[in-house]
Every structure is written in C-alpha cells, then in structure tokens.
Write a protein that binds this ligand. Structure first.
Ligand code: NAD
Length: 289
C-alpha cells in the first residue's frame, strides 16, 4: 500500500519503519524530526497525496484537528485516515465526520504497548470506525501490532483506551499504597507479591508491572523508575478520561482522584519524566494525612 505517515516522534518513527520494512511504500512528514531511512515529504498534504492510508501519530486532539484539515483535501477519494494518537473522544469523532464529508473514511486506533511495543511491532490497537475502513487497515495493524480489537463506530477506540488507562492509573495507585501499608505493618514485599498476585487483589499493575523493585517480573521499578510508561503520559490519559466523563455525565470518583494525584506528582513534585509506578516511592516518603 501507499502510506502517508504524519508524526514521526517516539512512537510514529518505529511504526513507520516497520511498515516500510514490511514492503509498504511509506512517505513521512513531521514538523520537527526526519528519521533516518524514511522517505520524507515537504508537507503533511504532500505526504497524504495519493496514499491509500494516511496514518497520524500526533501529540493531542488540537494538533490532530489541524493536521486533518491540512490533509483531507489532498487525499484520494475513498482513502482512509487512520489516527493512532491518543486524543479526546470528541476530536476523534469530529475528525471522522470531516473525513466522511470529504469522501474519505476514518479509523481511530490508539495503541497500548509504548515505545518498546512500537519498535517490536507488538502494539495493541483499539479501533473505532466503519467495518470496511477497519478491514483496509487490518494488514497494517498486523505489522505494527499483535492484537487489534474493533470497538465499534468512530471514537470508540479512544473511549476504550481512556477507560483502560483510567483503570490502570487507579490500580497502580492502589497497588503502590498497599505496598506502603504492608511495609509499615512489617510485611515482606516478596510475601505481599506472592499473596496478592495470586489472590483477588491481583491486577496487571501488581502481576506484570510490579512497582516494587526486586519483586515480580522485571519492570521499570528495577531500573530506578525510568519509563516505561511516564507519569506525564498517564496524567494526559487520565485527564482525557475526565474530559470524557464530564461530557458524558459519568460519575468517576476513582478516576478523578487518580487524576488529581498524578497531577500533583508530575506538576508539583518529582514525578515528571519518571515511570508512573514511581508512585510507590512517593507514598513511601509520606505520612498519613
Ligand atoms: P512525540 O511527541 O514523541 O511525537 C509526536 C510527533 O508529532 C513529534 O515528532 C512532533 O514533531 C510531531 N508533530 C507535532 N505537530 C505536528 C504537525 N502539525 N505536523 C506534523 N507533525 C507534528 O509523541 P509520542 O510519544 O510518539 O506519542 C504520540 C501519540 O501516541 C500521543 O498521542 C501519545 O499520547 C500516544 N502514545 C504514546 C505512548 C508512549 O509510550 N510514548 C504510548 C501510547 C500512546
């Protein structure tokens, strides 16, 4: 396929490289970076012209809206705009409507798996959009990832992503605060892991990404909390969950509490640039109240 790839940062560059490596004709565009070995266009519209699929991997919904307005007019009728960025549900739905009005199709397919997954081609995609457009993108998902779920109409990929990450933020905080309580009660961290990881308190945060160094499988905790998944990105996703909850009139008290805690951690404490599991040493330094 002929693919335009716009947004070649930490995630976009390795995803585009994997598509080119698999034999697709990829032309990239980014306002800042020029990754080695990838054919580049001089504008977003030039990267999109003549492409079967235009992929965007951008920082946020405002930038996505601007780039979509730049590229839709340049795309071939019937082509697909596949947005893999994490953005607010409203932006995803607005961009999909604009694509449809321009005679195109749109799929929102945010990812989980981070830079490691983007490089290894093992991302998970959660996709929203019409079935035919989803089918067009399916072979690309297979190259860039190892799992894709079609979640329904436009915006539902973003909805799945923020719901998942709201659970993740909440369970990570719960796991970290429970470790600190266990410490203070004299319970060994290994014993805590052995019990909880095989009991009803188990979660991905405990079992796969344990925030306690030296306990459980290797995780960013074992690497001085270098990300991994940065607390800043968790904060971004939690904020998106709260914008969505406001818009949908959904009561999400735990999501709101997690958003507040990560905001404090990233913006007023030492959480910026650290893995999101560094909540554990944060709680360990604190006292009740
Ligand atoms: P990044 O900041 O490294 O990359 C974004 C790129 O977009 C940059 O290179 C930037 O120059 C480019 N860009 C900005 N405005 C542009 C424009 N108008 N036209 C063309 N290019 C433009 O971010 P990233 O880590 O690659 O993340 C991309 C998206 O993926 C974000 O929405 C993020 O939330 C999501 N995501 C990231 C991770 C992760 O671990 N990094 C994991 C899952 C999802």
């Amino acid at each position: 396929m002929k693919i335009g790839f716009i947004g070649l940062g930490n995630m976009g560059a390795p995803m585009a490289a994997n598509l080119a490596q698999a034999g697709h004709d990829v032309v990239g565009y980014d306002v800042l970076v020029k990754p080695d070995g990838l054919a580049m266009a001089s504008s977003a519209a030039a990267a999109a012209a003549g492409a079967d699929v235009v992929i965007t991997m951008l920082p946020n919904g405002d930038i996505l809206r601007v780039v979509a307005a730049e590229v839709h007019g340049a795309m071939t009728l019937g082509a697909v705009h596949l947005d893999c960025s994490t953005v607010d549900v409203n932006s995803a739905r607005t961009v999909a409507q604009a694509a449809e009005a321009a005679g195109l199709a749109a799929v929102d397919a945010p990812v989980s798996g981070g830079i490691g997954g983007a490089t290894a081609g093992t991302l998970t995609f959660m996709a929203g959009g019409p079935a035919a457009a989803f089918e067009t993108c399916a072979p690309l998902f297979e190259i860039m990832g190892q799992k894709v779920v079609h979640c329904g109409p436009s915006g539902n990929g973003q909805a799945a992503k923020i719901c998942n990450n709201m659970i993740l933020g909440v369970t990570m905080i719960a796991t970290c605060e429970a470790f600190v309580l266990a410490d203070k009660l004299g319970l060994d961290r290994q014993a805590m892991f052995d019990v909880v990881s095989t009991s009803s308190g188990a979660s991905w945060s405990m079992n796969t990404y344990c925030p306690a160094p030296g306990v459980g499988p290797a995780s960013p905790a074992d690497n001085d909390y270098q990300p991994g998944f940065a607390a800043d990105l968790m904060l971004k996703d939690l904020r998106l969950s709260q914008v969505a909850a406001d818009g949908a009139d959904a009561d999400t008290p735990m999501g709101a509490a997690a958003t507040e805690l990560y905001a404090r951690f990233v913006e007023a404490e030492d959480g910026a640039g650290r893995d999101f599991s560094a909540m554990l040493p944060r709680f360990a330094q604190r006292r009740r109240g």
